[in-house]
Design a protein around this ligand. Structure first.
Ligand code: URA
Ligand code: CA
Length: 438
């Protein structure tokens, strides 16, 4: 078999066989297939697409390119969640402990943030002492003890994705529904949970810019889950503005603690998406029979403080100082040299936001990385005061920047002015949830 023939087949819109896909993935991982040939095939896939069978073959071969985690000896239904990336998306820190407080078993491997989008691991590390690099046996021990653990992906989980993602990132080949589906599902399947809830984001701060693409991605991933006998539910949710009000690591952790402390009202976007994801996780775990029953259980876990208790226990087990996991502790973690409001230049209504730019503003203040080697300042970032549809007066604060290093302050302020669009009349407001796909 020759790689050049496989590339030419895809260029000519032909379907690749299972053997051809296996040849590509194994040759790419071993280094026998050079990056230039892999890039050429990836670009042909971006342009000419893959059908479901090809995408499933790609996913399976990627999944088996390294270690897989066996959670079979843990009790109950193991349930995982995944969000396809975004800004101000702190759902894991809320939902994982809440589901555990309701009796669920959540063994989750999370990722880091890159560029404008945040990552759960960086948020966890804003608590002094937390070590997200736990060995698998210790990870399982924590899950067995308290029902929940979130750690970093282990070294050899889906090496094909690590290598392919790095190549896609620099060759303009990220934007493909089958490539994204294979990337996400290979990792989720290798991580070993029985049931998976996927949150596919759509909008200005997401990989998927249209509801049509996001729905196709969601449907494809649900089908792949079925093929591998896992229960998968996907929700399609809005990312045309940051999900929560906070963007930044300790700031987002604080917002999660506020929700778990009952300080955030129903109807708040982050709260509602957490409820939606938590509901689907409890249904898949067979711990609730209806949406209403699941939601009531989650609310009870907030009201009783048992969800917050689970988060504290998890931080303790990961070596962190759990005293910070409280409303007062969070204020300490979010202390910065200066809090600087960004003021609106006109009066009217917030008619739209570019979520990606808001993520970038937080990043240049030090909340995110421009390259993998950059360090993060956990306390910095921003807190939004407005959502799309809200009225605003000239001189009123759009957001507050949390600043330690003022090097990029002007850049961040200008970026925020550009990111938040103000018009004379309220415009169409996107729904929070577009679809739930089973
Ligand atoms: N998230 C992933 O893990 N992979 C992609 O390709 C896109 C988003
Ligand atoms: Ca996230």
């Amino acid at each position: 078999m020759r790689m050049v023939d496989i590339i030419e087949k895809k260029v000519n819109h032909e379907e690749l066989t299972s053997e051809e896909i296996r040849f590509f993935v194994s040759g790419f991982v071993s280094g026998e297939i050079p990056d230039y040939q892999a890039s050429a095939l990836l670009m042909a896939i971006v342009l000419n697409d893959m059908n479901e069978r090809e995408a499933a073959d790609l996913t399976l071969n990627m999944m088996h390119s390294g270690d897989t985690v066996d959670l079979g000896d843990l009790p109950g239904v193991k349930v995982d969640k995944h969000s396809s990336g975004g800004v101000g998306d702190t759902t894991t820190l809320v939902v994982a402990p809440l589901v555990a407080a309701c009796g669920g078993t959540v063994a989750k491997m999370s990722g880091r943030g890159l560029a404008f989008s945040g990552g759960t691991l960086d948020k966890l590390e804003s608590i002094p002492g937390v070590n997200i690099g736990q060995p698998i046996e210790r990870f399982k021990e924590i899950v067995r003890k308290i029902g929940v653990c979130v750690i970093g992906q282990t070294g050899n989980l889906v090496p094909a994705d690590k290598k392919m993602y790095a190549l896609r990132d620099v060759t303009g080949t990220v934007q493909s529904v089958p490539l994204i589906a294979a990337s996400i599902m290979s990792k989720k399947l290798a991580a070993g949970s029985d049931a998976i809830v996927l949150d596919v984001k759509v909008g200005s701060g997401a990989f998927m810019k249209t509801v049509e693409d996001a729905t196709r991605l969601a449907e494809l991933m649900v089908k792949m889950g079925k093929l591998l006998k896992r229960e998968v539910v996907a929700v399609v949710t809005d990312m045309n503005q940051p999900l929560g009000l906070s963007v930044g690591n300790a700031l987002e952790f604080r917002e999660a603690v506020q929700i778990l402390s009952g300080k955030v009202p129903e109807g708040d976007a982050l709260y509602e998406v957490c409820m939606l994801l938590g509901t689907q996780m409890l249904l898949l775990s067979k711990l609730a029979k209806t949406d209403a029953e699941a939601r009531a259980m989650l609310k009870q876990a907030i009201d009783s403080g048992s969800g917050l208790g689970k988060l504290r226990s998890m931080i303790h087990e990961l070596g962190g100082d759990e005293a910070y996991v409280s409303l007062e502790g969070m204020e300490q973690l979010c202390a910065v040299k200066r809090q600087i409001p960004v003021l609106s230049k006109s009066s009217g209504y917030v008619v739209g936001m570019q979520a990606e730019l808001i993520g970038r503003a937080a990043q240049v203040l030090g909340a995110g990385r421009a390259t993998k080697e950059d360090t993060i300042d956990p306390a910095v970032g921003l807190v939004m005061h407005k959502r799309v549809g809200d009225p605003i007066q000239q001189g009123e604060a759009i957001c507050t920047l949390y600043v330690n290093d003022e090097t990029n302050l002007t850049d961040a302020m200008e970026t925020m002015q550009e990111a938040v669009m103000i018009g004379p009349k309220p415009d169409h407001v996107s729904p929070m949830v577009y679809d739930v796909i089973r």
